[in-house]
Structures are given as structure tokens and as C-alpha cells.
Design a protein around this ligand. Structure first.
Ligand SMILES: Nc1ncnc2c1ncn2[C@@H]1O[C@H](COP(=O)(O)OP(=O)(O)OP(=O)(O)O)[C@@H](O)[C@H]1O
Ligand SMILES: [Mg+2]
Length: 297
């Protein structure tokens, strides 16, 4: 871990000492931009020559679909199979697939997900080993961490066992949110879960790298007022600068998603500001110098 911030050579992927940092986009609220942010931030990192693996941890499979994969159409193996295979007690549910069989290679590598993942909680309900550590163990066992610089996880809009597994497995969390009154309460619940995990003492908890106001419409006065208040609260808690510049409601983002492209796949000027914003999110991740200060587990 201490070797993470060695001086950089031209090929960024050579500089990280073969232990991927795992970054998750989380918020139990639906439709706040988790998938959009995960996809475009992963694209920004890949653009900078980092080796990036996208891990879809949402049964809706939206990130997989953006990357051109729909496992529900094909019955192809998915993250669920790797998770279950990593649990010795569940031998009866194992399938003969390895990480390489599930991996979909592309501009961004992908471990896809689909509906099967919604059965995860039930499948592991009766096991005696710690249920919150399954994803972490899977990442270690499969050797994924030694093959990538960054693993970018897209989380589901829930606050159950899948999210607890993600929180126990990741190094950094990015939290997109819509700046309205409801989101204050939602974020509060989210941090309660994080605190509970910390109290369990079984693993380090991730660093909250950034809160990202999204789908902001500054023409609406109330939204500006709410955003200011939430920003103040969050920065009191997480430090100055933890709330990044807002992403406005932008038609080009919708268009690029519809075409299954990242904002970096376009040359036209209208995408330049969005590219800049996602580059900034990527920079937040790559320039973070607090990883090594966090306790080892
Ligand atoms: N800044 C933005 N401007 C315009 N549209 C956006 C923006 N961010 C996200 N969207 C659109 O909002 C919708 C929801 O975004 P997204 O799917 O990323 O949210 P999510 O949090 O992943 O949702 P879910 O909780 O269902 O997984 C998508 O159609 C997306 O294209
Ligand atoms: Mg999503």
C-alpha cells in the first residue's frame, strides 16, 4: 500500500503496484446518476491509460448494457456466479466458471450483472462465514486486484447486503445525489450503515472521496437554496471541497447514454465541459494521497 504513490512514469498503468483501488458509486436513491458517473469516470480513467475494470453490482445491469452486454438475454455467467463460487459452503450452487470466463474485454473491461444478482441475498442467507465480506473475498481470490489499476463499481439503488458488501470491499466511495430535501435524509441513512460497518470492526471503511450534485437545474431557485444547505452540511462532515461542482441537467449526457457512448467518444465542443468534469472526478481518484493513511485490515 505504501508503494502506491511512487513517482509516475509515462505509462500510468505501470505505476500502481498491482493492487487496484476499488471505487464505488453509491446512493440508495434511484436515478441520481450512479451508472452515468461510474461509466464516464471509468472512461476518463481509461483515457488516461489506467487499466480499469467496471464491476456491475446492480441487478438492473445498466452499466453492463451501456457497455453492450445484456446477460439476461444470453444467460452468460456474471458477477453473481463469481460471488457464489467464492463461498465454499455453497458448493451446491457453484458453476464451473472462472474470472476469465465472466470477464468481457473491451475499451473498458467488464464483469457484468443481471437479474441473477437479485437472488444474492437469499442465496447467502444461511451461510456461517461473514456475509458482508463475500465481494471482498471474491476480488482477492480471483486475482482481479493484481490485474487492474482501478475497479469501478456501479451500485444498486438499495441499502441491503449487496451495498454492505460493496462498502466492505471498496477503498473509495463517490456519492452522486440530487440536491433536494429528500436526499438529506437518504444520505443520513447511508452514513448510518457506514458507521455500523465501522463499529463491526471487521474491515476498514472506505473513504468518501466526493459528493456529486447531479441533475441540477439552477434556474429553479429552491434547488440552489437546497444545494447550498446540503453542501454546507456535507462539508462540515467530510471536509471542505468534498462536494464537487454540480453536474447540470445536460442533454448531451442523455444523448451519449442512448448511443452507449461515453462523453469522451465525441470530439464536438458541446462535450468539452462534460469531459472536463469527468476528468476532474478521475483526478480526484488518481491524486488522492490519503489511501495509505487508512488502517490496514
Ligand atoms: N447530468 C445529467 N443530465 C441529464 N441526464 C442525466 C444526468 N445524469 C444522469 N442523467 C440521466 O438520468 C437517468 C438516471 O441516471 P442513472 O441511470 O445514471 O442513475 P442511477 O443512479 O444509476 O439509477 P439507478 O438507481 O436506477 O441505478 C439516466 O437516463 C441518465 O441518462
Ligand atoms: Mg444505475
Amino acid at each position: 500500500m505504501g508503494l502506491f504513490f511512487k513517482s509516475k512514469s509515462k505509462d500510468n498503468s505501470e505505476t500502481l503496484q498491482n493492487s487496484a483501488k476499488v471505487i464505488a458509486f453509491l446512493n440508495q436513491k434511484g436515478g441520481v446518476g450512479k451508472t452515468t458517473m461510474a461509466f464516464n469516470t471509468a472512461s476518463a480513467l481509461a483515457n488516461q491509460n489506467y487499466k480499469v475494470l467496471c464491476l456491475d453490482m446492480d441487478p438492473q445491469g445498466n452499466l453492463s448494457q451501456l457497455l453492450g452486454v445484456d446477460v439476461d438475454e444470453t444467460d452468460a455467467p456474471q458477477a453473481y456466479n463469481l460471488l457464489i463460487n467464492s463461498i465454499r459452503e455453497l458448493k451446491g450452487l457453484h458453476s464451473p466458471v472462472l474470472f476469465q470466463d465472466v470477464l468481457v474485454k473491451g475499451k473498458l473491461d467488464l464483469i457484468p450483472s443481471g437479474q441473477a444478482l437479485s437472488g444474492f441475498e437469499l442465496s447467502v442467507a444461511g451461510i456461517s462465514s461473514p456475509r458482508q465480506m463475500i465481494l471482498k473475498r471474491m476480488l482477492e481470490k480471483t486475482g482481479i486486484l493484481s490485474q487492474y489499476d482501478y475497479v469501478v463499481i456501479d451500485g444498486p439503488p438499495t441499502l441491503g447486503l449487496l451495498v454492505v458488501n460493496i462498502l466492505c470491499a471498496c477503498d473509495g466511495v463517490m456519492v452522486p445525489f440530487r440536491p433536494d430535501e429528500f436526499s438529506r435524509k437518504g444520505l443520513g441513512n447511508f452514513y448510518d450503515v457506514l458507521e455500523q460497518i465501522e463499529e463491526m470492526g471487521v474491515t476498514k471503511i472506505p473513504q468518501v472521496l466526493a459528493h456529486i450534485p447531479n441533475l441540477v437545474d439552477l434556474r429553479r431557485k429552491q434547488e440552489g437554496v437546497d444545494l447550498k444547505r446540503i453542501t454546507q452540511d456535507l462539508e462540515d462532515e467530510f471536509g471542505q471541497g468534498n462536494v464537487v461542482a454540480p453536474f447540470l441537467n445536460k442533454a448531451p449526457l442523455v444523448r451519449s447514454q442512448a448511443q452507449k457512448k461515453s462523453v469522451f467518444d465525441y470530439q464536438s465542443k458541446e462535450f468539452t465541459p462534460l469531459q472536463g468534469q469527468f476528468d476532474q472526478l478521475a483526478h480526484l481518484i488518481t491524486s488522492n494521497n490519503k489511501w495509505e493513511m487508512r488502517s490496514e485490515h
